[in-house]
Design a protein around this ligand. Sequence first.
Ligand code: GRF
Length: 191
Amino acid sequence: MKNIAIFASGTGSNAQKIIEHFEGSSLAQVNLVISNKPKAKVLDKAKDFGVPTHVINRQGFYHSNEVVDLLKQHQTDLVVLAGFLWLVPQNLIEAFPQQMINIHPALLPKYGGKGMYGMKVHQAVVDNQEPETGITIHYVNEHYDEGKAIFQKSCVVAPQDTAEMVAKKVQLLEHEHFPKVVEELVKNLHI
Ligand code: GRF
């Protein structure tokens, strides 16, 4: 049984989909959810599913080995960032080489980087009259949204689409594909 740790800062709809996907699975389980926001809805969702949670602060995350130690204690095989807004420090990246992934709500390298998250991404897509957008699942490195891409899926942006409408389309893609991509990665983990 492989262990998945999810990092999230917000609602956690993707985290929920992944937790649900692996419920009853003999392949993997989500056995830890970490958030930097004590009131993030993702923490309530995790608790509803009986998944242990942990809240981190900046000091612990950037200036100690707290999170690496916590992940080791939970025998984490794969780290999944699902709407986690803090840049991941080097010690954590080094502890999980090729074992840490992120989902971004656009077709990277377009509309990525610091400050490009949530509705800002979708608004920029609409403002630039892009004909399509989508999702990118990628390995995490020390720069925002720059690790090697693992999976992309696109959707059409219609001329009359608002940023909210684009967000809904992209979220559907995320919920459909993220758990499956996580499963494929877990199956191919050589650790
Ligand atoms: C998703 O759009 C994801 O791509 C981005 O943050 C959002 C998280 O949404 N990185 P949720 O908290 O999973 O609902």
